[in-house]
Design a protein around this ligand. Structure first.
Ligand SMILES: O=C(O)CCC(=O)C(=O)O
Ligand SMILES: [Fe+2]
Length: 334
């Protein structure tokens, strides 16, 4: 009994999780690392001088020179790129996560209850939005589908990974000096205002050396990251729309969680000066240029954008991308 109590006391992660999850009383944000306002003492602003990549424009990103990148003193291998997306870029990615990614053959949490071919179309098929079905979507998996029971990936449970998301990860990986990153699996998480994600580590991938890329859109979140044991006191970081978090090296296998979703202080997806048409731009690795130009630019039209806007006004979307295989490995069974 006593031992049990001691063990529980050592779970500093859980203690923090409960503190930030609480609604009554609301947690203080004083100790949350918030890079939005000024540079807190816990982080270092690193400047990465790297040649521009012509693909940034196509993917809704600003030029590398405008990116603000931070490392964390207490968390080696953890990087935060503060929203490098333009407003139009955010709109494009939010729309992809809602309209395209939950579509079959991709898997969603709704599958066990009902197979829905096209979730976004389904919830909008009558004049009135199906709010119940809208709220039901909690995750979608892409590429190698994460198996939530066995935690094992397999070839039979794999679909083509979206080319635009592979291209986006390739650009961010190159920016950080990872020249061989290959996006092969993703979980898209959908959070509503009361949603949480409990403490876990992501260790199903064969390749645990490759970094993990996490993109956040819509409402904000308190993100907790600790060490490889739950006894480590975690840090709380505010993640805003457009932020990219990279878990690499020591941070790759650390416990993390989302105890709270917070109302965003602004809407970077609705900054009208940044809704500027993109044009032809040079070499790409995976995507078809014409397609992406068309798909990005149609979001300038506020009418086309309305339904997606309503969704992100009360939800957060997180896209969590991993490389599964070792370098030069083509399949799990090879
Ligand atoms: O929503 C987040 O920021 C984290 C999601 C996550 O950790 C995961 O999908 O494994
Ligand atoms: Fe995770």
């Amino acid at each position: 009994m006593k031992r049990n109590l001691d063990m529980k006391c050592k779970d500093n992660f859980m203690k923090r999780f409960k503190y930030y999850k609480s609604n009554k009383p609301e947690p203080s944000l004083d100790k949350v690392v918030r890079i939005q306002y000024d540079i807190p003492i816990e982080v270092n602003n690193i400047s990465n001088v790297i040649e521009e990549d012509s693909r940034t424009k196509l993917l809704g990103l600003r030029n590398f020179t405008d990116w603000k990148t931070y490392t964390f003193m207490k968390h080696t291998g953890l990087f935060l790129i503060a929203n490098p997306f333009t407003s139009l870029g955010q709109r494009y990615w939010i729309r992809k996560c809602l309209e395209d990614y939950p579509r079959k053959p991709n898997k969603t949490n709704i599958d066990i209850e009902k197979q829905i071919e096209d979730w976004w179309r389904e919830i909008h098929k009558s004049d009135e939005l199906d709010r119940k079905m809208q709220k039901k979507l909690r995750w979608t998996t892409l590429g190698y589908h994460h198996n939530w029971d066995t935690k094992v990936y397999c070839e039979k449970n794999r679909n083509i990974f979206p080319s635009e998301l592979a291209e986006l990860c390739d650009v961010v990986a190159q920016y950080l000096g990872y020249t061989n990153f290959n996006a092969q699996a993703a979980i898209v998480n959908y959070y509503h205002m009361g949603s949480t994600l409990s403490a876990h580590t992501d260790h199903s991938e064969v390749n645990l050396e490759a970094p993990l890329f996490s993109f956040s859109f819509g409402q904000s979140a308190i993100f907790l990251i600790g060490g490889q044991e739950k006894s480590h006191e975690p840090s709380a970081i505010l993640l805003n729309s457009g932020d990219i978090l990279i878990m690499s090296k020591e941070a790759r296998l650390c416990y993390h969680a989302v105890p709270k979703i917070l109302q965003a202080s602004d809407q970077p997806w609705n900054n009208h000066e940044e809704l500027i048409q993109i044009t032809d731009n040079g070499k790409t690795k995976y995507i078809n240029e014409e397609t992406i130009i068309k798909e990005v630019n149609r979001n300038i039209d506020n009418k086309e954008w309305t339904q997606f806007n309503s969704y992100v006004e009360e939800s957060r979307i997180n896209v969590n991308v991993r490389q599964v295989l070792m370098e030069n490995q083509e399949r799990l069974d090879s």
